[in-house]
Write a protein that binds this ligand. Structure first.
Ligand SMILES: *[C@@H]1O[C@H](CO)[C@@H](O)[C@H](O)[C@H]1NC(C)=O
Ligand SMILES: *[C@@H]1O[C@H](CO)[C@@H](O)[C@H](O)[C@H]1NC(C)=O
Ligand SMILES: *[C@@H]1O[C@H](CO)[C@@H](O)[C@H](O)[C@H]1NC(C)=O
Ligand SMILES: *[C@@H]1O[C@H](CO)[C@@H](O)[C@H](O)[C@H]1NC(C)=O
Ligand SMILES: *[C@@H]1O[C@H](CO)[C@@H](O)[C@H](O)[C@H]1NC(C)=O
Ligand SMILES: *[C@@H]1O[C@H](CO)[C@@H](O)[C@H](O)[C@H]1NC(C)=O
Ligand SMILES: *[C@@H]1O[C@H](CO)[C@@H](O)[C@H](O)[C@H]1NC(C)=O
Ligand SMILES: *[C@@H]1O[C@H](CO)[C@@H](O)[C@H](O)[C@H]1NC(C)=O
Ligand SMILES: *[C@@H]1O[C@H](CO)[C@@H](O)[C@H](O)[C@H]1NC(C)=O
Ligand SMILES: *[C@@H]1O[C@H](CO)[C@@H](O)[C@H](O)[C@H]1NC(C)=O
Ligand SMILES: *[C@@H]1O[C@H](CO)[C@@H](O)[C@H](O)[C@H]1NC(C)=O
Ligand SMILES: *[C@@H]1O[C@H](CO)[C@@H](O)[C@H](O)[C@H]1NC(C)=O
Length: 707
């Protein structure tokens, strides 16, 4: 029933799984079960099986075997019949490395005539024996030969050392490490027409003649005693190695960088140069500028006290990768940081690891890296940095390696313009937290992102919660995932950050609750503030009602009409800025000529009691209320108050006792509702200096006072 229920897609999927499982099982099947070895149809691996002969392999290996690995056994003497048991096989690759071989019968290899790659390294075979063996090898067959660690070789390599391989030679790669060679001439190899790779590393070479190496493309001279580079030019100033592409000169005693400048034109194809662990103390301007194809240059770990890098040391249009870190303290004088990269605009990979940059600041890094607009990869491992250098001006940067520094924080603006960065290594720093805003969304969401923040002293608190969750969901983007451990709190120390996610969530939810409480308090404060603003806006109305309540309504404004019982004839509400007009005009006419008694706050208010009470009391003690309106008046809060009172009086039916004097034109912005109501309901007169108008003004004013 189940099977029938499956649709076609499911069925074929299951079939695929079965096929895959079967296939995997099949390919891991050992095709030589009766031997101690592991066999696939082409490769037989018998390494480190304590074999002393090949008898156990007789007729046991797949007939298709071409690759036989016998390294790490104990063969001691390889006699003539040694390979007889596997004679029927067509072995093409054979390794006898690390087999404690002391002697090889030259006839032994006659049983394995098809060998293309032979590894005899790390044995105890003498030079003499080796030569006899080489003579029996089929030179038109052998392509790669590793005969490193040969004993008792002459210190000057004989020119005829490989003559037996010269006939129809197909030899492409020759390893001659650790022969104790001192003097090597290219003539020894000149008839190996197909030789492209020559490894002479780990010898004691003092002198090297490059003649005869016309076709060589890879030359390894690592770990020798060269004090300068071999002469690459012939007598006619032409290259001896026009096809040399890669050269290793690491761990020698080369001290003069200008040798490369002088001979660069004789290394026309050289793309890769490894000069690490030499004794160059000054990298001179233009040192590598004449090697016109140079792309990768390694200059790491110079064995000198100081390393001075001149301003144009790296001038090169072809250079794309530069590795030159050394465990040295860098000063701005030794490293011409502002200019060294000005002349290598195509640099894409830069490794300055191990330099001690502790006296560089962010600005120095900014300026140093500024010319490198095409940089893709930057390595600053173990540089004593306590800040992440500024890289936002390197728009193509893909990979940043800051392993082993003292960086505590990552700020988002650091990566502001790095939209393509996909590898970030911050392993072994002092980061205590990593937040969503540490990197831009573009970085977090990059499908190619690889981030390594392992071995940092993370504080496993709510700040880290986001990253813990993110890394759990995006495990494939997080390198050394399990090495992200808590440093605090104490009880979680050295535990994986994800282990305590649940309790952390609990803790942070409590925190969330406090946030909710905080928000509630916040909104209360907001409402309070809102009410406060309202109160401020309507304070005069409120004050008015409060006053009415506390002083009783019986002392209401109706009594204003009651002439004779009032102390003043009129209460004048005005702004002190208009005092001049009040004193010279209003007081002059109404008081001096007409004998009315006016209440002016500057003159008649009691110094005791509040201003509010004074206003209320005096308005109550006045028959009339006169508001001297002006822009000054409208801007004065007490005058506003008085306007409000006038409004209330209006509402109480005291319309006839209120007069508005318009002293000048009032800005439209001052027309409050209260003022508009007053102007509409109460009597108003306009002050003017026009003679007739002026007469009319006083006439109306006096009439009003008499009412
Ligand atoms: C060895 O097996 C692989 C598949 O496992 C196959 O493709 C290859 O042709 C086989 N080689 C020989 C020499 O049989
Ligand atoms: C290598 O062989 C020589 C004699 O040929 C011997 O003296 C020496 O001890 C051997 N070395 C090793 C490591 O077996
Ligand atoms: C050497 O190998 C070639 C082809 O690889 C073969 O034609 C030739 O017969 C071999 N020579 C001897 C002496 O076995
Ligand atoms: C010997 O050289 C070959 C390349 O010719 C290499 O594959 C092999 O690993 C070398 N053996 C050792 C022990 O380094
Ligand atoms: C070189 O190889 C050719 C065929 O490839 C053969 O005719 C010739 O005899 C060989 N020469 C030697 C010296 O082995
Ligand atoms: C190296 O050997 C050649 C000839 O074998 C000799 O002319 C030359 O002087 C030697 N050089 C050194 C430095 O021994
Ligand atoms: C270099 O290789 C060419 C073929 O590519 C060959 O004719 C020439 O003899 C070789 N020269 C040397 C010195 O190996
Ligand atoms: C060059 O020689 C050194 C020292 O023997 C070795 O470690 C390195 O792997 C060699 N390089 C190549 C490309 O073979
Ligand atoms: C060799 O040639 C280069 C450029 O081709 C030139 O700069 C240099 O001076 C020449 N050296 C000698 C010794 O002629
Ligand atoms: C350059 O040489 C040094 C010293 O041998 C070595 O450590 C380094 O790996 C080399 N670099 C490359 C890319 O071969
Ligand atoms: C990022 O790029 C924009 C536009 O190119 C630029 O204005 C801004 O200064 C850059 N930011 C930084 C930090 O370099
Ligand atoms: C991710 O890598 C692929 C392949 O290397 C590349 O084509 C693609 O553009 C990359 N995506 C981003 C966002 O960098």
């Amino acid at each position: 029933m189940m099977v029938m229920a499956l649709n076609n897609a499911n069925a074929s999927w299951i079939l695929a799984v079965i096929v895959v499982v079967f296939h995997t099982k099949c390919s891991s099947v050992n095709l030589c079960p009766n031997t101690p070895c592991l066999c696939t149809n082409t490769t037989t691996d018998c390494s480190d099986r304590n074999l002393e002969s090949l008898h156990r392999l007789e007729n046991q290996l797949p007939i298709t075997t071409t690759n036989l690995i016998l390294s790490g056994n104990t063969f001691m003497n390889i006699r003539t019949a040694f390979f007889k048991p596997i004679e029927s096989l067509k072995i093409e690759r054979l390794s006898l490395s690390r087999c404690q071989v002391k002697y090889i019968s030259p006839e032994a290899f006659l049983s394995v005539q098809n060998i293309r790659q032979l590894d005899l390294s790390k044995n105890n075979i003498s030079y003499k024996n080796t030569r006899l063996v080489l003579e029996k090898l089929n030179s038109s067959c052998i392509e790669a030969l590793n005969i490193s660690d040969v004993k008792q070789a002459p210190s000057t390599l004989p020119v005829n050392a490989f003559e037996s391989l010269e006939r129809n030679s197909s030899l492409n790669s020759l390893q001659l490490q650790n022969w104790n060679l001192v003097n090597v001439s290219g003539f020894s190899f000149q008839n190996l027409n197909n030789l492209r790779t020559l490894d002479l590393s780990n010898n004691k070479i003092l002198a090297m003649n490059m003649e005869g190496l016309h076709n060589i493309s890879r030359l390894n001279l690592t770990l020798n005693e060269l004090s300068g580079i071999p002469n690459m030019c012939d007598a006619k100033n032409k290259s001896l190695v026009p096809r040399l592409k890669k050269m290793w000169l690491a761990i020698n005693h080369i001290s003069d960088s200008l040798e490369f400048y002088r001979q660069g034109h004789c290394l026309p194809e050289l793309k890769y140069l490894n000069l690490s662990f030499n004794a160059i103390s000054i990298i001179k301007s233009n040192a590598f500028s004449t090697i016109r194809s140079l792309e990768k240059l390694r200059l790491e770990n110079m064995l000198t006290y100081d390393l001075l890098i001149e301003e144009e040391a790296f001038r090169s249009m072809s250079l794309t990768a530069l590795f030159f870190g050394s465990p040295k303290r860098v000063t701005k004088e030794l490293l011409r940081y502002e200019t060294i990269f000005k002349n290598c605009p195509n640099l894409r990979t830069l490794d300055m690891s191990n330099f001690d940059f502790s006296n560089f600041d962010k600005e120095d890094f900014y300026r140093m890296l500024l010319p490198l607009q095409d940089l893709r990869e930057l390595m600053l491992r173990h540089c004593s940095l306590n800040f992440a250098p500024f890289i936002s001006h390197l728009p193509h940067l893909k990979s940043l390696n800051l392993n082993g520094n003292f960086i505590r924080h990552i700020h988002q603006d650091l990566f502001e313009n790095n939209s393509v960065i996909s590898e970030i290594i911050l392993r072994k720093n002092q980061l205590t937290s990593l937040r969503e805003e540490s990197f831009t969304d573009e970085i977090w969401n990059n499908p190619n992102l690889s981030i390594d923040v392992s071995f940092n002293p993370f504080a496993c608190d709510c700040d880290l919660e986001w990253f813990i969750k993110w890394s759990k969901r995006n495990r494939k983007h997080v390198q050394k995932y399990k090495d992200n451990q808590c440093d605090s709190p104490k009880e979680w120390k050295s535990r994986f950050i994800g282990d305590n996610l649940h309790s952390l969530e609990m803790k942070c939810h409590v925190l969330n609750r406090t946030i909710v409480i905080g928000a509630t308090i916040g909104s209360f404060v907001f409402v309070f503030l809102f009410i406060f603003v309202l109160i401020r806006k309507f304070r005069w109305d409120i004050l008015y009602y409060i006053h009415n309540c506390t002083h009783g309504r019986r002392r209401g404004y109706q009594r204003l009409v009651d002439r004779g019982t009032k102390e003043y004839d009129g209460f004048v509400a005005y702004n002190t800025h208009d005092r001049k007009w009040i004193m010279s005009e209003l007081v002059d006419i109404l008081e001096k000529k007409e004998n009315y008694k006016l209440c002016l706050h500057e003159r008649n208010f009691l110094p005791i009691g509040s201003h509010v009470d004074n206003i209320f009391d005096n308005i109550e003690s006045s028959r009339k209320l006169i508001l001297v309106l002006s822009n000054n008046f409208m801007e004065d809060q007490w005058c506003q108050f008085e306007t409000i009172i006038a409004n209330h009086q209006l509402a109480d039916g005291n319309k006839d006792n209120i007069l508005l004097i318009l002293l000048n034109d009032i800005d439209s912005k001052h027309f409050t509702i209260a003022l508009k109501t007053l102007l509409k309901e109460a009597e108003s007169v306009e002050w003017t200096t026009n003679a007739n108008g002026n007469k009319l003004f006083w006439k109306r004013l006096v009439l009003f006072m008499r009412k």
